[in-house]
Each structure stands twice: as C-alpha cells, then as structure tokens.
Design a binder for this molecule. Sequence first.
Ligand SMILES: Cc1cc2nc3c(=O)[nH]c(=O)nc-3n(C[C@H](O)[C@H](O)[C@H](O)COP(=O)(O)O)c2cc1C
Length: 169
Amino acid sequence: MRTLVVYESMWGNTREVAETIAEALGGGATVVEAARAPESVPEDIDLLVVGGPTHAFSMSRASTRRDAEAKGARSGDAGSGIREWLAALPSSDVRVATFDTRVGSVRRLPGSAAKAAAKEVRRHALGHLVDTESFYVADMSGPLLDGELERARTWGHELAAKCGARTHE
Ligand SMILES: Cc1cc2nc3c(=O)[nH]c(=O)nc-3n(C[C@H](O)[C@H](O)[C@H](O)COP(=O)(O)O)c2cc1C
C-alpha cells in the first residue's frame, strides 16, 4: 500500500505524529510538509493522511500561524498549511484520513483541525474519508502527552488494516 502523509507543524508536535503514523504504515509511506506537497495526489497513492495543529478551533490560517511564530514557533511555514493545500486539491477517489494535534486540557471543546479538514474532504469530494483522529499536547508548544505517539502508531496500524494492507510492527 502506498501512503502520502501531508502535515503542517509549528513546534514539531504534529510532525512527530505524522512521522510515527508513516512508520506504522510501513515502507510505502511518504511524509511531506503541506507547503511542499504535490498539487494533486499521485495516482499510485492508496491512502492520503492529512494532519495539522488545531488553531482557533479549526485548521490554521496565515494569521494564526503568524501568532504561533510570534509566540516562538519556528518549524512551520507561515505561507501555507493544510487548509491552503486542501483548498487547491482537485477531486479524487483516494481514501483519506485526517488527524490533528490539540491541547489535552481543553479536549472537551469541540474545535478540531482534523474534523475541519474532513469537512473539506467531503464538501469538495477530495476522497473517501476513512477516519479522523486527534492527538494531544500538554500546552501550545507541546510536548505530546505521554502515550500519544503510541496511540499514533496504533492508529497507523488501524488505517493500514482498514485499507487492506499488512501492518509494519
Ligand atoms: C494561534 C493558536 C491557536 C490555537 N488554538 C487552539 C484551539 O482552538 N484548540 C486547541 O486545542 N489548541 C489550540 N492551539 C494549540 C495548538 O493546537 C498546538 O500549538 C499544536 O497542537 C502544537 O502542534 P505543532 O507543534 O505541530 O504546531 C492553538 C495554538 C495557536 C498557536
């Protein structure tokens, strides 16, 4: 199974989750930042995984990414994120899973970049949604809460199983 994992990350937490999911999906997974991702999903891709940090209850925008940079974030690209990448993506029938990172202490609040991304996938027929998941950080800059990378690995295995591939233990 060939997977493309497209992510954005301001402090590196979402990148860590993206890399862990890709590892769990096995050798056929490519991880790329949204700002450098292809303009359309290559034809040989069986599963697209899209993830980003939750900003202001949704996917980030240029303004929230600038806010993050003003608060000391360094690893993101203020010019582009998954919102912009999805907005420019043509319709397709690829299988899609979305994830986000969010602050654990406010996990009962409804806003989620993963759910917002899933909504865009449905609205613009960007693919068939397989699953949506959130992973939790301790604070704005992280770190990921204990056990979250393990959960990301498990989710990667579940996605592989759902999409009919052998998992990579
Ligand atoms: C401008 C801004 C808005 C945010 N809004 C939310 C929010 O609505 N809900 C939430 O749980 N976390 C919120 N956060 C925290 C981010 O989700 C957190 O910074 C992110 O998960 C860290 O991931 P990263 O290291 O990949 O950037 C916000 C962070 C920033 C910078």
